[in-house]
Write a protein that binds this ligand. Structure first.
Ligand code: BGC
Length: 369
């Protein structure tokens, strides 16, 4: 099985100056600034060394659209070269590169044109992807979109992410445009021979067959609808926690620093349900915990990986597991206050220091990777 970690460009690279997030960070519209983040745009080779040391065999990361196309009609070929080097370096080290084409941040020009509210922008996104394909992205897997529902809700309903809107109708429009975008990308990428999915955040609301209104509504609209209307080769699943609507979980489950309850059985139920419904292999594209408690993080990782191993034994096809995240990084509207990493990053020197949970993931990678 693939065992590795996941990151995203804006959260680790630093100086993502052409993005909408950077713009609003500078304006003070967002509480925190990402700044140099983990400086991974420059230090990616250090990150890969770290993964190698940890014997990980997979890495999910994102390509930053706003670096590749800083303006509507300009292309930064150095940025393309950069990501090609990242991919080549990963491969040299025996690590499967799994790039995501879009993880929340948009080029500022794209945002000004209406982001994904504007269906006309689908063509602009396709232009970006065609460009990448022309230059050659040498990977087996590609993830098109990260967490379309989380994005649409936080950006268009809760107003926590740019463009800070509160409109149910606009949110639905964005979701539908993202479904269209994903399916167009799928067709394009399949022609080139890639194995394709999105990374879908799934929440466990309770036993799926028993879910009733209004949570049936959530189950359908939050979890299922995007999957149902999309073409995929495997199901990329980001799983963090459950929302115990029926109070069925007897054990007093621990909570993470995000206030999320730890419940690996939710991951199992969701994976089983979606595997049997759509017959596509499952890849955990993110799973993680924000905590300062390394014992708890270690237990969390072990519990989730063991659950996947067990699921494999029961006949479910599981492609891999990606812990979120390799490094403590920029946690969006929480800034640097939430610690998901298996490694610290020294705020001044940017040196990476392994936490004890890193060796837990290493042992699991040695055993199952
Ligand atoms: C996102 C990541 C984020 C993580 C922890 C996921 O929803 O894809 O960008 O850092 O959750 O909140």
């Amino acid at each position: 099985m693939l065992i590795g970690t996941a990151t995203s460009a804006h959260q680790i690279e630093g100086n993502n100056v052409n993005s909408d997030w950077w713009h609003f960070e500078m304006k003070g519209r967002l509480k925190y600034r990402s700044g140099v983040a983990c400086d991974s745009y420059r230090r990616y080779a250090d990150d890969i060394k770290l993964m190698k040391k940890l014997r990980l065999n997979s890495y999910r990361f994102s390509i930053e659209f706003s670096r590749i196309m800083p303006d509507r009609y300009s292309i930064d070929y150095d940025a393309i070269k950069h990501y090609k080097s990242v991919i080549a370096d990963l491969k040299r080290n025996g690590i499967e590169p799994i790039p995501t084409l879009w993880h929340y941040t948009l080029p500022f020009w794209f945002y000004r044109l209406g982001g994904f509210e504007n269906s006309g922008n689908i063509a602009n996104f396709i232009r970006y992807v065609k460009l990448l394909l022309k230059e050659g992205i040498d990977t087996k897997y590609i993830i098109t979109i990260n967490e379309p529902m989380v994005y649409a809700i936080k950006a268009y309903l809760n107003g926590r992410y740019p463009p800070f809107k509160h409109s149910f109708r606009t949110m639905l429009r964005v979701v539908n445009n993202l479904i269209r975008l994903h399916n167009e990308l799928y067709t394009l990428l399949k022609k080139e021979g890639y194995t394709v999915s999105f990374a879908k955040n799934l929440l466990y609301f309770g036993k799926i067959s028993k879910v009733y209104l209004p949570f049936g509504f959530s189950e359908y609209y939050y979890n299922k609808r995007f999957i149902k209307h999309s073409k995929i080769d495997f199901l990329g699943m980001n799983y963090y926690h459950n929302i115990d609507v029926f109070k069925t979980v007897r054990r007093k489950n621990k909570k993470t620093d995000m206030g999320w309850t730890i419940y690996s059985r939710g991951m199992r139920s969701l994976a089983e349900y979606y595997y049997h419904t759509y017959k596509k292999p499952i890849m955990v594209t993110e799973n993680g915990i924000a905590t300062g408690d390394e014992v708890l993080r270690g237990e969390f990782i072990t519990e989730h990986v063991n659950t996947l191993v067990d699921m494999e034994k029961s006949g479910i096809s599981v492609l891999g597991y990606h812990y979120w995240s390799l490094l403590d990084n920029f946690e969006w509207d929480y800034g640097y206050t939430k610690k998901f990493g298996i490694c610290y990053v020294d705020s001044k020197s940017k040196q990476r220091i392994m936490k004890s949970s890193a060796s837990v993931l290493k042992d699991l990678a040695l055993k199952y990777g």
